[in-house]
Design a protein around this ligand. Structure first.
Ligand code: SF4
Length: 305
């Protein structure tokens, strides 16, 4: 029905009941560093750690939302998944096959299977529908939605988000959803990954993470987002300063210069992602055993699902 609404009669999709929660994308230790010159005359070279060892899974028919301020690595992650950038470390598996090992035909098939819809494609709802229809024309399994509704009025924004959700339910599509609008991300996503300076600082079930964030950065981000219930009140947490340069990230926890809970150890030791009450959090506030559980990484799988 939706496909007909968009003007396409057959995409070769099976019924949604045939989709299982198999992984479409599994990224493990994904890293993208760029060489950059420092200073006006560009003499000294440095490394921009745009994406620095992140792991996540996007399952069939599910949405992974990625949030964080500008410069956190969201768009570079999207480009890595789209094959527009090659990783400098780690792996991306597409339905179990390593992208780096694909031959030309395999790469071509991958490019058809993973489509993108970006912000700059839209200036109105009708154009947006056209861009979505264009992405669907190649029968993709995954669509990367990078700020897909930011340029739209609120009412049209809701229509397009609901259309995307209906398409997912009907066609079993997977989405990698990137947006500054946290309410939209929470509405669309099954799982959310929070990135800061190229690292994942928290990830887990979207609704739980948005309602009860554990990492101080996640807490600050979502404190400014719309409450999910009219009776819900949240005190907005204003973070001081800007995101530091990924060319020279802070020592220890990269968030420590801006964190309202920072302790002396935070500047020295980088916190590892650990399973804290059912989600992954990288923060020394949870270093005590009472919070921790064995990390949920199955053999051959990445921690986020
Ligand atoms: Fe804040 Fe320390 Fe946790 Fe980093 S590790 S988020 S600085 S409390």
């Amino acid at each position: 029905m939706l496909a007909r609404f968009l003007g396409f009669h057959s995409f070769g999709y099976a019924g949604s009941e045939q989709y299982s929660l198999m992984a479409v994308i599994e990224a493990a230790g994904l890293t993208k560093h760029f060489l950059a010159r420092r200073g006006i005359f560009g003499g000294e070279r440095g490394v921009v750690r745009a994406v620095d060892g992140i792991s996540f899974t996007i399952e069939a028919g599910r949405t992974l939302g990625v949030v964080g301020e500008s410069g956190c690595g969201k768009t570079t992650t999207a480009k890595l998944v789209l094959g527009l950038e090659d990783p400098t470390g780690g792996t991306i598996l597409f339905e179990g096959r390593d992208l780096q090992g694909l031959d030309t035909a395999g790469r071509r098939l991958y490019r058809r299977s993973v489509q993108a819809v970006f912000q700059h494609e839209f200036s109105g709802g009708q154009r947006q529908r056209i861009a979505i229809a264009r992405a669907l024309a190649l029968s993709p399994k995954l669509i990367v939605l990078d700020e897909p509704v930011s340029a739209l009025d609120v009412s049209i924004r809701a229509q397009i988000l609901n259309l995307l959700r209906d398409l997912q339910a009907e066609l079993g599509l997977s989405y990698l959803f990137i947006a500054h609008d946290l309410a939209a991300v929470a509405h669309m996503s099954h799982t959310i990954v929070v990135m800061y300076l190229g690292k994942i600082v928290e990830s887990g079930d979207a609704r739980t993470l948005a309602r009860t964030p554990k990492h101080p950065y996640t807490e600050a981000l979502f404190s400014a987002a719309l409450p999910s219930h009219p009776d819900e009140r949240r005190e907005e947490i204003i973070l001081s300063g800007e995101v530091p340069s990924p060319l020279n990230p802070p020592s220890g926890c990269r968030f420590h210069p801006r964190c309202p809970h920072a302790m002396p150890s935070c500047a020295e030791q980088e916190p590892a992602l650990a399973d804290i009450e059912g989600r992954l959090v990288a923060c020394h506030l949870y270093d005590t055993d009472e919070h921790r559980a064995p990390i949920r990484i199955a053999a051959g799988a990445s921690p986020v699902s």
